[in-house]
Design a protein around this ligand. Sequence first.
Ligand SMILES: [Mg+2]
Length: 303
Amino acid sequence: MDENDLVRRIRAKARRRGSRDLVMGIGDDCAIFHPPGASEDWLLTTDLVIEDVHFRRDWHPAAGVGYRVLARGLSDIAAMGGAPRYCLLSLALAPWTDARWVNNFFRGFLDLARRHQTVLAGGDLARAAKLTCDIVLCGSAPRGRALRRDGARPGDHIYVSGVLGGSSLGLRTRRGKAWKVHLRPEPRLALGRHLAKTLKATAAMDLSDGLSLDLRRLCLASGVAASLDREPPVFPGATIADALDGGEDYELLFTLPPLAKPPASFQGVSLTRIGVIRKGKPGAVELLGRPLQPRGWDHFRGM
Ligand SMILES: [Mg+2]
């Protein structure tokens, strides 16, 4: 079983007559809800952050944990080309957490929330053996304009923002600039909106689990295959494996129509063409003519 299989099974069971207002259910970075009569769609996403799975208390400072919890959710809103509005945070504190840790956690969390005009609107508190957070983000996008994973078509060009592998390198070395980008990834919100509004991206998602796995997911959603004709740009000092398979870079992966002419960078973040979407077995990805195995992060692999 892997995460894709599990999501497929849950989605099959959850599919009922459903609500006509739910434009996109399970299977993208966010669900898309269209409130009847509104000029905007709502974007909804939730993410878990668990001690010893997503962070270690002896490695990660509390402010960094708080920042990253919110950054994960914001990045999913960015992936849809949306603007964040509100968030809900449920937090189960572990026996080791003290008032200072909690204060620092919220300092990191709320600094980022303010920077992106995201209001903490509620949540829940509990205790657990390991510190556990669940973040729910609500954002908005102009009606029918949210970016999705399922719009890539053969002939579209594949791009990534920024450089990849820094977070993975940072987690390994825990120093320097790589550790900083691991602790403080920048959700690409302005870029996401630019992709939706100006560059007319056909598909997009955020790179949370590694390019090799996330590109496969985008291709599966779109029913297409992909050929990468160059390696992705690699964070200085990181390996190509960090860039392909290391997760948590929170850069955007997107596709543009063949004739699109994107700038080389947007607000100081590089936009690099790495390949092309093609017809073929859905989800099949090649790098320089060889199959690229999806080795990115999967909680359920081998279960
Ligand atoms: Mg995502």
